[in-house]
Design a protein around this ligand. Sequence first.
Ligand SMILES: [Zn+2]
Length: 114
Amino acid sequence: MCFFDQHRFACGDWKWGHFRQHCNREYRIGETCGMKLIMQTVAVGQKCKLCEKIDTKMRRRTAEVDRISRWQREGSKFRASIEKAMEIIRGLDAEVYELSCERQRRLQGIGSAH
Ligand SMILES: [Zn+2]
């Protein structure tokens, strides 16, 4: 059981930080035993990369939805633009879904040694 820092992000996600201390089960110089324990928790002021990516895409999505409702008030003039914006939104939805799946996988995988 070797000790590592834990970096906790503003979104509640976390990752392993620096290696801090070997335990007495260390069997080879320079290697950890594979069991990670938390030495200290370091608060990180921002969200993790995945959540930041999701936020960026959600902001873009909100902007597209705003554009569509603005265009819709103009009648049929912007029909092609609306179609295009809806296509962008569908793409963003798929990307956000992928990112949240990745986040879920990471949350499940981080408990194990590697
Ligand atoms: Zn996160």
